[in-house]
Design a protein around this ligand. Structure first.
Ligand code: PLP
Length: 381
């Protein structure tokens, strides 16, 4: 699996999930849940409570919106790709008014464009700024610190809602330092679990906004979920086995050490980029400083649609790559390099590409050697 999520699941995590389901109202589960909610905090870069819902990343989007906003509220969405556009659509369907700042799908969110949009909002109508930290459809990471600085410069009061679905666990997320109000992730990416959990860090300001926000909320009400850090209990049946699996995944990340985890992702991303550049493939992300450490997307020639390439790579080599989404549908190949992944897996996946791509398009041979050279001197993980 070389998808940018769901990702490969370590055997130890699979074994933990396969344990018999335990009583979600018993003391054993309460203690596991409390420990998981505590140990998630460093991954979010927060000292504040984290909420875990049974759900997916899309549920996390919804929880962030319904707990902080009211019908008709205006939000500003920085559109960097398919997932950002999807969040905008989700917000519209919930009855919010969405202003979109589009800076193209080839680069990160632009702090200057954000600043200009906020300066133009003389009536302070924008209640929240929505941004995807790592745009999985294009392989682009936005600089949330710079976006925060743009909001501060203008002195705007909007909440900052951050989608960290394909960055958390693979690269630093700094909820507190960014003064993000909500940071959202899901289980099936850097956390190395199957799909099924939506996880959110919530600032005190966002919690306070929730007291007067009146979009309808029931399932996604975060108050009892945030209280679970103390109570160890949830208002309805949690995804018991996934939370037990998360305990093991967190132990694994802590065992490696977060700085080492992030360094491994950077090293593997550098290797993928070295191969792609050697092959003379054009990356979707045109800004070298914003190229993602968890996913690389490269453009295919117009006469080579991605479904055929992906099918051939799966059939010949047993490797699953991601394809293009939204306006990039059919036009790119995405290589996920996040979660439980190491040098050997990346070199194997790149070898599949070097062997398989020439059937569809010319590439300059030697990309795998370039990747190995990029890994040179790196310690094996
Ligand atoms: N946001 C980002 C950046 C994503 O990559 C995804 C899914 O891949 C989502 C949101 C939606 O998450 P889900 O498919 O778990 O609902």
């Amino acid at each position: 699996m070389q998808l940018p999520g769901p990702t490969n699941i370590p055997d130890a995590v699979l074994r933990a999930i396969a344990e018999p389901t335990i009583d979600h109202r018993g003391e054993q589960f309460a203690s596991i849940l409390r420990s998981v909610l505590r140990d998630l905090r460093p991954l979010f870069g927060t000292v504040l409570p984290v909420a875990v819902f049974p759900g997916s990343g899309t549920g996390g989007w919804e929880a962030a919106l319904v707990n902080t906003l009211s019908p008709g509220d205006r939000v500003l969405l920085l559109e960097t790709g398919f997932f950002a556009a999807g969040w905008a659509e989700h917000a519209r369907r919930l009855g919010l008014e969405v202003e979109v700042v589009e800076t193209g799908w080839r680069g990160p969110a632009d702090p200057g464009a954000l600043r200009a949009a906020l300066v133009a909002d003389t009536g302070a109508e924008i209640k929240a700024v929505l941004v995807v930290h790592n745009e999985t459809s294009t392989g682009t990471t936005s600089d949330i610190g710079a976006l925060r600085a743009a909001i501060d410069e203008v002195g705007h009061e909007a909440l900052l809602l951050v989608d960290a679905v394909s960055s958390l666990g693979s690269m630093p997320v700094r909820h507190d330092e960014w003064r993000a109000d909500v940071t959202i992730t899901a289980s099936q990416k850097g956390l190395m679990l199957p799909p099924g959990l939506a996880l959110l860090a919530v600032s005190d300001r966002a919690r306070a906004a929730g007291e007067s926000a009146c979009l309808p909320r029931a399932y996604w009400d975060w108050v009892p979920m945030l209280d679970a850090a103390e109570t160890g209990s949830t208002p309805y049946t949690p995804a018991t086995n996934l939370i037990v699996g998360l305990r093991t995944a967190l132990d694994r990340l802590a065992g490696e050490g977060l700085p080492a985890v992030f360094a491994r992702h950077r090293r593997l991303a550098d290797a993928v980029r070295a191969a792609a550049m050697h092959w003379e493939l054009e990356l979707v992300c045109a800004d070298p400083a914003a190229m993602s450490d968890s996913v690389t997307a490269f453009l295919l020639p117009p006469d080579v649609p991605d479904p055929g390439v992906r099918r051939a790579l799966l059939e010949r080599f047993g490797v699953t790559f991601g394809g293009g989404l939204g306006r990039l549908a059919g036009r790119c190949l995405r290589v996920g390099h996040l979660g439980d992944i190491d040098e050997m897996m990346i070199v194997g996946a790149l070898t599949a590409l070097e062997l398989g791509l020439p059937e569809f398009m010319p590439i300059r041979p030697g990309g795998v050697d370039a990747a190995i050279a990029a890994l040179g001197g790196a310690k094996c993980c």
